[in-house]
Design a binder for this molecule. Structure first.
Ligand SMILES: O=C(O)CCC(=O)C(=O)O
Ligand SMILES: [Fe+2]
Length: 213
């Protein structure tokens, strides 16, 4: 992992190619195991619209959305526990935050051809003092950043495989989304697609502390 190549986009730290191709492959293997235990689901919104991204999670809590709305849940919709957050993913969190605290949620987003994510804020957490750390794997994704308030001008940048983002401090509640992916631009996944992992502290609740080695 190499966090030296950092650019700043409206307060968001973008660590370009923080993970080399071996680290990306290792993490993807770990995420395949997560997906085996807790399969990807295509969430529905409260209004009954299917999201284009498929999702699952690891950790103490997972973010879910269905006709009842969106929220954090301690189990996968199938009733199984969320699998543990892979060590390869936790290592990125600890390196970026410089802290021993383990995130509560590791959301795994899978973007197939044509998938996108509209502009939104990550604000379902009870504690905004921790950053959101996000890892991009696979195909390039056009990441758009807006403002804390709704509307206004936005800026975009193409995220590539191995990029790591940190949305913290003033940028913790900034609007962001993924307009589109360039399907098939990465050879990481044989069938194409983009995987994004988002790490979040959800609340002040008791979370086991793991010292960083
Ligand atoms: O896919 C991405 O890069 C962003 C994902 C995201 O914003 C989220 O899961 O809340
Ligand atoms: Fe988000």
């Amino acid at each position: 992992m190499d966090l030296r190549n950092r650019v700043n986009l409206r307060g968001i730290n973008v660590f370009r190619e923080a993970l080399d191709s071996g680290e990306q492959r290792g993490m993807l293997d770990d995420l395949r195991e997560v997906i085996r235990a807790a399969p990807l689901v295509q969430p529905e919104t409260a209004r009954g619209r299917k999201m284009s991204v498929r999702m699952t999670a690891a950790g103490r809590l997972g973010w879910v959305s269905d006709r009842r709305g969106y929220r954090y849940e301690s189990r996968h919709p199938s009733g199984v526990d969320w699998p543990p957050i892979p060590a390869s993913v936790l290592a990125v969190w600890h390196a970026v935050t410089g802290n021993d605290r383990v995130p509560d949620c590791c959301l795994v987003n899978h973007y197939g051809e044509g998938a996108r994510m509209g502009l939104h804020q990550d604000r379902d957490e009870g504690d905004f003092s921790w950053p959101v750390v996000s890892i991009s794997l696979g195909d390039e994704g056009l990441f758009r950043v807006g403002n804390i308030e709704r509307g206004g001008k936005t800026e975009s940048l193409w995220l590539t495989s191995g990029d790591v983002l940190e949305m913290g401090g003033e940028a913790r509640l900034v609007h962001h989304g993924v307009d589109r992916i360039r399907f098939g631009t990465s050879s990481l996944m044989p069938k194409g697609g983009r995987v994004n992992v988002t790490l979040r502290v959800v609340d002040h609740g008791e979370t086991e502390q793991h010292p960083v080695k």
